[in-house]
Write a protein that binds this ligand. Sequence first.
Ligand code: G3P
Ligand code: CA
Length: 290
Amino acid sequence: MHARVVAATTAALLGAMTLSPASQVRAAGAARQPVIVAHRGASAYAPENTLPAIDKAAELGFRWVENDVQRTKDGELVVLHDDSLRRTTDAARVFPDRAPWKVKDFTAAEIARLDAGSWFSPTYAGTRVPTLEQYMRRVERDRESLLLEVKNPELYPGIEQQTLKVLGEEGWLDHRHLAGRLIVQSFSAASVRTVHDLAPAVTTALLGRPDTADLDRYAGFTDSINPSYGTLDADYVSAVHALTGPHGDPVKVFTWTVDDAVRARTAAGYGVDGLITDRPDVVRAALEGP
Ligand code: G3P
Ligand code: CA
């Protein structure tokens, strides 16, 4: 029995040695299931970036959720994707004279009056835009982990420090949370660098797809490079994995937005570490399927 195991392991190793680097990543990826992240919560089934969306992700059995953090006129951090309230709330009805309804032009009290659920379905009428504090408490209650996006940081000077302050106050910067329950990401490399400089123990990610030749510029302060699905291939994943991140591990790749079985299997075959999706149940079924 022991000899058979040794022989099989040796054969596998010899097989791997004949593979190209990209194929080796694919082979490794086949054994290592990517983490599934519910994008803006389980946003195909509940209004994005709301408490019901993260409850839905938990109900479906998912541990990781993603969100977007911005700031109100009076300095409260809130969870919302667009820089305008128009698409995902009834701001245009409640405040008809306040076009273009920018988040930064409304106070927290004004935003708290808005309905962030009816646009999605009458079932969710009365759902509110959560503050970051409310959101963190629900993520904790649901025993979830968070991929937090600092959204549009150029509009909100100092938002990185403020976000870290809320995370600290909510108990998310202790060892238990830092070791595998929190990633802070942004499309802005400057913002990601700021988060790393302010709180070096926090796991970070840069959204987008920097040129392969430039990747090593980012490895000092980002643990993950998170490109859109359409910009990705196996060689790019290999190039990212070849880097060592600020915490001494290979830099990871989480890709978005992967909502169907073909994309899920293709990206998993590239060896990505995470799949960010509005439909986590579809992705799970695709990865588990025949
Ligand atoms: O987490 C990836 C994804 O959220 C980035 O795009 O526009 O949905 O925030 P967006
Ligand atoms: Ca996002």
